[in-house]
Design a protein around this ligand. Sequence first.
Ligand code: SAM
Length: 273
Amino acid sequence: MFTLACDRAYLFAHPERELTPGEIQRYDEALARRAAGVPAQYITGHQEFWGLDLIVSPAVLIPRPETEHEVEAVLELVSSADSKQSQEQDQRPRTGVSAPHNLRIVDVGTGSGAIAIALAQELPTAEIHATDISPAALEVARANAARHQLTSRIKFHQTDLLRGLPSGEFDLIVSNPPYVGDSEEESVQLEVRKFEPRNAVFAGPTGVEVIGRLIPRAREALRPGGWLVFEISGTIADRVRGLLSDRDWDEVAIRNDLQGIARVAIARKTTKG
Ligand SMILES: C[S@@+](CC[C@H](N)C(=O)[O-])C[C@H]1O[C@@H](n2cnc3c(N)ncnc32)[C@H](O)[C@@H]1O
């Protein structure tokens, strides 16, 4: 499909099609790169996320299917707040995320733009911000937003975590931050270590360095009652729970992915104090 720039249906419909010498060369080159360990997505330049075709380059992490759980968690929070609001007919104070037309969301460490783009598409009236420390990653994210006609919906910021964004204004902060510790390096797939951006994967010696900074900054940027949703691994789940203190956060939950591994941390900024 990559060599012929065609879809699967074309391949099945044209078994008689012979490759030209140029196509054979393109195929052989792709195969040689794959044999050298280059992830297929960096060879083809594409990866699907949340049913959307995204461009990827070695400047960005290849979006993973388990990260879709974060998008699901955000959408659940939004829809549960919606149904609560209609039941309460706005008589009582809001207890969840405000309605989609009010939502202000930040995706921290957007990489290819995967989460921000999925949310912009699912929540057509939400205001979406996306940050990344890497200018090269943001270029890819902007290109992906443009491909999906979402440029006007997402404001990109090159910054460290949430620096420069207003305090106390956001309803939801979502992130798939780097969370692998240097000490776990040997257990990370060679392909990841060799080809994916190091600052997208590794957080520092223990793995919770970026999350440890994200939690207090997110608390500052969220409005009281706003939600923080971020990706974790089983290795750091207990430490993450410890970082989400009772004084600052309510309704702390950790959800597993389809393999039963702790994957999504959810916490609500306390409305007290
Ligand atoms: C694990 S990748 C996630 C990419 C994308 N959100 C996804 O889920 O596929 C982490 C991203 O965070 C960015 N990053 C790392 N440290 C950061 C920081 N201090 N501030 C903002 N972004 C950071 C990296 O450049 C990388 O794009």
